[in-house]
Design a protein around this ligand. Structure first.
Ligand SMILES: Cc1cc2nc3c(=O)[nH]c(=O)nc-3n(C[C@H](O)[C@H](O)[C@H](O)COP(=O)(O)OP(=O)(O)OC[C@H]3O[C@@H](n4cnc5c(N)ncnc54)[C@H](O)[C@@H]3O)c2cc1C
Length: 382
């Protein structure tokens, strides 16, 4: 991949691959089975610098680029999507908005701790009645002297049970035309009125933490406002564009993990006196999936490259996320098929891969929403 990588990328890739194989993979089955958050891995991830890859050294980050961050998520997802999304949500959704839009004081307060893994961060955008239509947020904030009083709720918030700060959207000026009039508040979950729901029971990503949040007359000081007032929707959408590249990287890694498992099994399993990849029905599909994965890889790396060049990546990120997530669903489905009945048994990791894949076409914007984003960008070019 000389087209996209420099020496430092190869070194990072080797390091994360070793870590994923030696430290993450042995835990993956239990994390999934017991729906257990990988809390013990957080200090190790931080120690390796993996929670601060794209952030400035000034705050304790590695000062590396998007391509490096993409590689980290890809390598983790080859073995464990729950660990990969825990890191991706922490970086792209939790930490990045503070990095991009926080005041110097807000950055100094949170970034070193987030990068050191002292606590995680979460991103509260989705609500029971505002998912794809995220600008339809109903959570509201009313100013009262030096404080804001926030009421409302959020749904499906990743890392919510382990975060020391949650970036959440609330309507601060109902008279402005949406999506203006929404602001982001960085809230300490220990604030009275911040109610954290139990972990959701999920099809996949069972080792990751997903919860509903409720805000009941929650009072936050005005210093909790992230950057400027009434531009929160724009801030969150900017973070989501980066987040989509990380979900695309996660999808790519998962698809690669599934293909490797399918290839290996197809070389071991025999039927009718032949290895099963010698049947064209299996062998040609392995080639098809591998080709799809390479196509997805180029979209993911290209979006990362463009972001590093400071280009507008709205379309490239949506295309990468759309393609890679759909490929992950196909690749994991096929990997189960190649394993026959064993693919349906939990002892084989492709069963977990299959369940972990579906959410990739839903979270951080569904496939339909990615297509709407792509179309909008295409029409802008007319
Ligand atoms: C495990 C998990 C973790 C998540 N983590 C977070 C998180 O950390 N923070 C956060 O804020 N959110 C998070 N989400 C929420 C996620 O981003 C939303 O679920 C997603 O954006 C879809 O919103 P929705 O569930 O309300 O579906 P809806 O918006 O109700 O969509 C339902 C269906 O309608 C389709 N649809 C909707 N509008 C259109 C349209 N205009 N054109 C065509 N089709 C349309 C959708 O594509 C979908 O198929 C998470 C979700 C999951 C499952």
């Amino acid at each position: 991949m000389k087209l996209y990588f420099q020496e430092e990328h190869y070194m990072l890739q080797d390091m994360v691959r070793d870590f994923a194989i030696n430290e993450v993979a042995p835990l993956s089955e239990a994390l999934d089975k017991d729906e257990r958050f990988p809390i013990d891995l957080i200090p190790k991830l931080a120690e390796l610098g993996l929670l601060g890859i794209p952030f400035s050294e000034k705050y304790g980050g590695a000062g590396m680029d998007t391509m490096a961050y993409t590689l980290v998520i890809e390598e983790l997802a080859k073995v464990d999507s729950s660990v990969a999304i825990t890191v991706a949500a922490h970086i792209s959704l939790g930490t990045y908005p503070i990095y991009l839009f926080g005041t110097e004081q807000q950055k100094a307060q949170h970034l070193p701790k987030l990068i050191a893994g002292e606590y995680l961060a979460c991103f509260g955008l989705t609500e029971p009645e505002a998912g794809s239509d995220a600008g339809g947020t109903k959570t509201n904030a009313v100013q009262d002297g030096d404080e804001w009083i926030i009421n409302g709720s959020k749904n499906f918030i990743t890392n919510a049970g382990y975060s020391g700060v949650c970036n959440l959207t609330a309507v601060t000026d109902p008279d402005l035309k949406r999506p203006s009039g929404i602001s982001v508040f960085m809230v300490d979950p220990k604030t009275p009125g911040f109610i954290i729901g139990p972990p959701e029971k999920k099809m996949g990503w069972r080792g990751s933490d997903t919860r509903a949040l409720t805000f009941d007359n929650m009072r936050v000081h005005k210093s909790a406002l992230l950057g400027e007032l009434n531009v929160g929707f724009k801030q969150m959408m900017t973070a989501l564009v980066g987040g989509r590249i990380s979900v695309a990287a996660l999808s790519l890694g998962l698809a690669e993990g599934a293909l490797q498992a399918a290839l290996k099994y197809s070389d071991e399993r025999e039927a009718f006196g032949k290895k099963i990849h010698d049947f064209q029905g299996i062998g040609l599909q392995l080639a098809d999936i591998a080709t799809e994965i390479e196509a997805a890889r180029h979209l993911v790396y290209y979006a990362s490259y463009l972001k590093d060049q400071g280009e507008n990546v709205v379309k490239a990120a949506a295309m990468a996320k759309l393609k890679a997530s759909e490929v992950a669903v196909r690749a994991t489905n096929f990997a189960v098929q190649v394993h026959g009945g064993y693919g349906y048994i939990k002892e084989f990791q492709v069963e977990r891969f299959f369940r972990d894949a579906k959410v990739l076409t839903i979270g951080e914007g569904t496939s339909e929403v990615q297509k709407l984003v792509i179309l909008k960008q295409l029409l802008k070019g007319l």
